[in-house]
Design a protein around this ligand. Structure first.
Ligand SMILES: Nc1nc2c(ncn2[C@@H]2O[C@H](COP(=O)(O)OP(=O)(O)O)[C@@H](O)[C@H]2O)c(=O)[nH]1
Ligand SMILES: [Mg+2]
Length: 219
């Protein structure tokens, strides 16, 4: 199930660049009713536990420690909200695929995430973070299919690119693009590394285009 989303894709606008380094931490929500009013614009970051979502938020904003990162998978159990300005927010969603979490607990988190994705009207786009060494796992694929079905704009970041040789990383990028093209999906994919600061300009451009939709009357 998903709400009807009507985004206009592939439209060119000259966009304003947001000051991502002005981001702050607002709150950690364990229930959707704790989230800020469903107004303005949100872009959420999703992906497997330990893929590098929180690190990506810190790198995107250039604020060390803004989002809590962890070597232990499954630590982010809440929906963390990071306003960039009075109108736009980044959302760090709990990771999926953490097999050590008790099944009921992990199911409860995922129900919350599903509900957020299905009902949040101010959600402008989703960033799917995948560890470049383990791309397109089953849950990633399910999420991609769901986003395409709902017309929820999606952008993919292959993180921890620094863990692979440059040519191997490029190969994986092409393989992921090809897999999406074979399904006739038009989804942008990029390389990213929080450690080596790779791909920051690309993700800023993507975020800018989503966050600027409102100013062009695309609400
Ligand atoms: N080498 C490398 N390690 C990373 C990168 N991004 C995250 N990590 C590490 O991966 C682990 C999980 O990162 P985290 O951001 O907490 O993942 P999350 O569970 O998806 O939020 C931490 O130990 C990070 O330091 C990256 O780009 N390169
Ligand atoms: Mg995290």
């Amino acid at each position: 199930m998903c709400i009807i989303r009507s985004f206009v894709l592939d439209t060119y606008y000259s966009v304003n660049t947001l000051n991502y380094n002005k981001a702050t931490f607002l709150l950690s929500a364990v229930e959707l009713k704790q989230l800020p009013a469903d107004e303005g614009s949100e872009v959420a970051i999703i992906g497997r536990s330990n893929a590098g979502k929180s690190s990506a938020i810190n790198t995107i904003t250039s604020i060390k420690g803004l989002a809590r990162t962890s070597k232990t998978p499954g630590r982010t159990q809440a929906i963390n909200v990071f306003p960039i300005d009075s109108h736009n927010r980044l959302i760090d969603l709990p990771g999926y695929g953490y097999t050590k979490a008790p099944i009921m607990v992990s199911q409860r988190w995922m129900d919350k995430v599903n509900e957020y994705l299905e009902t949040r009207a101010c959600l402008r786009g989703l960033i799917l973070v995948m560890d470049i060494r383990h791309p397109l796992k089953e849950q990633d694929q399910r999420l991609i299919d769901w986003c395409v079905g709902c017309k929820l704009p999606l952008h993919i970041m292959l993180t921890k690119t620094d863990k692979l040789k440059r040519a191997k990383a490029q190969n994986t990028l092409q393989e992921v693009k090809k897999a999406l093209e074979e399904k006739k999906y038009k989804i942008s994919v990029q390389l990213f590394s929080s450690l080596e600061h790779i791909g920051i300009e690309e993700i800023h451009e993507q975020l800018d285009s989503w966050f600027n939709q409102d100013t062009h009357g695309k609400k």
